[in-house]
Design a protein around this ligand. Sequence first.
Ligand SMILES: O=C(O)Cc1cc(O)ccc1O
Ligand SMILES: [Fe+2]
Length: 470
Amino acid sequence: MDNIASNNGAVKEHRSRVDAEAGFEDLRYLSGFGNHFASEALKGALPDSQNSPLKCPYGLYAEQISGTAFTAPRKANQRSWFYRIKPSVTHEPFYPRQPLHEHLVGDFSNEKGCVTTPTQLRWKPVDISKARTDFIDGLFTICGAGSCFVRHGYAIHMYAANASMEDSAFANADGDFLIVPQQGRLWIKTEFGRLQVSPGEIVVLQLGFRYSIDLPDGPSRGYVLEVFSGHFQLPDLGPIGANGLALPHDFLTPVAWYEGGVYSGFKVVQKFGGALFEAKQNFSPFNVVAWRGNYAPFKYDLRKFCPFNAVLFDHGDPSINTVLTVPSERPGIAVVDFVIFPPRWLVSEHTFRPPYFHRNCMSEFMGLIYGLYEGKAEGFLPGGASLHSCMTPHGVDTLTYEKTVAAGDDLKPFRISGDSLAFMFESSLTPKITHWAFNSPHIDPDYYKCWIKLRSHFDQGTATVENDEN
Ligand SMILES: O=C(O)Cc1cc(O)ccc1O
Ligand SMILES: [Fe+2]
């Protein structure tokens, strides 16, 4: 297949080192965050100078997908044009998918099945079922806030699957998915082309896109942040300057790829209002021969993140490690931030270097992709999760505290190992917890015990009491 791809006019293609190391096919990608891309799998498939000619090259149909309102300001406007063999509309009616999926929630504003609690919650990793379970069947909602109907808020899901999606595609009319695989690689066919995603990488599949997820390693598990409120952006860098954190050129978007021909009984599964609907069609939705625009899926290798840090004293707030953010209308306050705890040097003097004890007006959901998290010596396992909601106190466990303080003030520079990678979804909206997650056999009823043995080290010594009224 003749495949040319361009990025703002300049031909720029990229091969992913992670794909090569993971033994994947040598796919090509377009590099850059938020670019206006153009990609064609057949030379000349993109029309010249206009988007919707009377007759498109090769007899293709032109179809637009809008990720923002037509009238959104130009700097926020996101849309792409597909040139495809048949338009998406060519399908039978949507019906509720049977059997009904019982573990997905899209509206937390009136969700009776949800629980609220200010207590610290932690989940052990889930076992991956032996029964055939694809990515759609394997999704379950943990918590969230707001509602997909008013297009504000988010849901946090996890997935545990063991089978590839067969003759079916998923599409989400509720929000953007940011997928963090923790175990097992994902091979994703999209209308824009193919992406291969390994643990340590993330992928963003925005509102509306159709995609099918294959599991080349069989069992796979991970986390999904779904945002109802808008699209992910790179954070502003402020005084950091023009470079640092996630670099725009490390975001990779697929090049056009298509499959034609007749498919009997292909199913499009659309998540709409938190429920799943299914429609049959007789062709693959991955029939886009060429596309262009700035609304497109992308992947990012978290190991490429360039961290900044305190280099003299004190522990910086975790916002310094923000990879992507979805801002709210309030300046500086995110609907949700995606933050990582990457390998980095800790060099600060006379400082308690692990995370401080704290209470936060934002709610913090954490997951662990591999290794050990710097704030927890035990109990927080890869594939597990924790939730510390608005103003719920938390911090390092007793063991981490005792070990760090015992090591004394003259700590040598210390490198957090590249064998560990944790992340946080942090939101200004307080989540409700699904009934399923709250009653899950994987919930850790002993979580509070990791702090309960924190001793008082208070020693008044011979100091005089300053404010003694007597
Ligand atoms: O609670 C956590 O472990 C996440 C976190 C890490 C950190 O370094 C500082 C604050 C914070 O909330
Ligand atoms: Fe925290």
